[in-house]
Design a binder for this molecule. Structure first.
Ligand code: TUI
Length: 313
């Protein structure tokens, strides 16, 4: 069951990818997800190249399964971290927050599988022409930097627009979500939020506790005005941000308020004045569990979800 094109492409057991969350997705989390049969990824975020290299070395020591690196294209180190990924022969690269087109030929040349994250059909179509292996269609239910289209609408539109396999992301937190994604035409899923709330995730306990506390309306999207809308848990920071937006603050001022705040939340545990990026499915997370438990729960519950579905149709 579940052994499909994505599994064969990435040499993994289940077509379940872990989101490339900056500061959250360290070697420990990536290795745990890969060891549990999915594809773990290190979130490079704004990491300098030497830090990424150390993280890759650590992941290699913790798993003999394939893992990937997510490259945030707005990083000031994007060129250098791409080079690290090439030097280290990382099996899979996912990208976010931009158009990775110019980097694709070099990655393809060494056999790295390239799977960009997109939030629109237009970019999906453009990237297909450059030779990507698959594409992640990420809806606005996700945490962090988001587009404007929901997963429910985006995934089938991308599936119809491209011929590479599509991986659904945004709003997927359990077996029902996985089955729904497959029903929309996706061949796999990417999940961030549920993996952030695991024992193997090295994020600060306050950050993980904040996820458990979330209800369905606990997150908000701020920063649409700056052109970088992000989904985060509503807190003192988001209230200040909204106030600044209301009085017509400049993009510069708004970006200054946000600078360093993701690290403050994830590493230092400042969930009141940090940027607690997380997806809407945080409302579904009721406890911190281990990665194998999360993975096994999802995989084992799929037949039940399908049986229930076939009773209804
Ligand atoms: O990238 C994410 N999620 C992220 S990145 C991040 S850190 C950040 N820092 C500064 C500015 C922005 C983000 C926190 N969370 N998810 C994948 C994703 N990519 N969602 C949406 C997009 C996206 C948006 C626009 C992809 C391509 C794109 O294209 C613009 C273009 O250049 O054509």
């Amino acid at each position: 069951m579940l052994n499909n094109k994505i599994c064969q492409l990435l040499n993994i057991k289940y077509p379940i990818l872990q989101g490339g969350m900056a500061w959250v997705a360290t070697a420990e989390l990536a290795a745990a997800v890969s060891n549990a049969g999915g594809l773990g990824l290190i979130g490079a975020g704004h990491m300098p190249p030497d830090a990424l290299k150390a993280e890759i070395t650590k992941a290699k020591s913790m798993t003999n399964k394939p893992f990937g690196v997510n490259i945030m294209l707005k990083s000031p180190f994007v060129k250098e971290v791409m080079q690290v990924v090439i030097d280290e022969r990382v099996a899979v690269v996912t990208t976010g927050a931009g158009n990775p087109g110019e980097y694709i030929p070099a990655l393809k040349e060494i056999g790295t599988k390239v799977i960009p994250v997109v939030a629109s059909v237009a970019l999906a179509k453009r990237l297909e022409r450059v030779g990507i292996d698959a594409i992640i269609a990420e809806g606005m239910e996700s945490g962090g930097h988001v587009g404007e289209v929901t997963t429910m609408a985006l995934v089938p539109l991308v599936v119809d627009a491209v011929s590479v396999p599509v991986i659904a992301a945004g709003g997927i937190g359990d077996a029902r979500g996985v089955v729904a994604a497959l029903a929309l035409g996706a061949q796999g899923v990417q999940m961030g939020t549920v993996f952030a709330a695991t024992t193997e995730c090295t994020a600060h306990p306050n950050y993980k506790a904040a996820i458990v506390k979330c209800k369905e309306r606990s997150t908000v999207v701020t920063g649409a005005i700056t052109g970088h809308p992000v989904r985060v848990i509503a807190n003192k920071l988001t209230r200040d941000f909204t106030e600044l937006e209301k009085i017509g603050a400049s993009t510069d001022e708004l970006e200054r308020l946000g600078a360093g705040k993701l690290k403050a939340a994830v590493r230092d545990g400042d969930v009141e004045y940090g940027s607690v990026m997380i997806g809407q499915v945080a409302g579904m997370v009721t406890a911190i569990r281990s990665v194998p438990e999360v993975m096994q729960d999802i995989v084992q519950q799929i037949p039940g979800v399908l049986a229930e579905l076939s009773r209804k149709v």
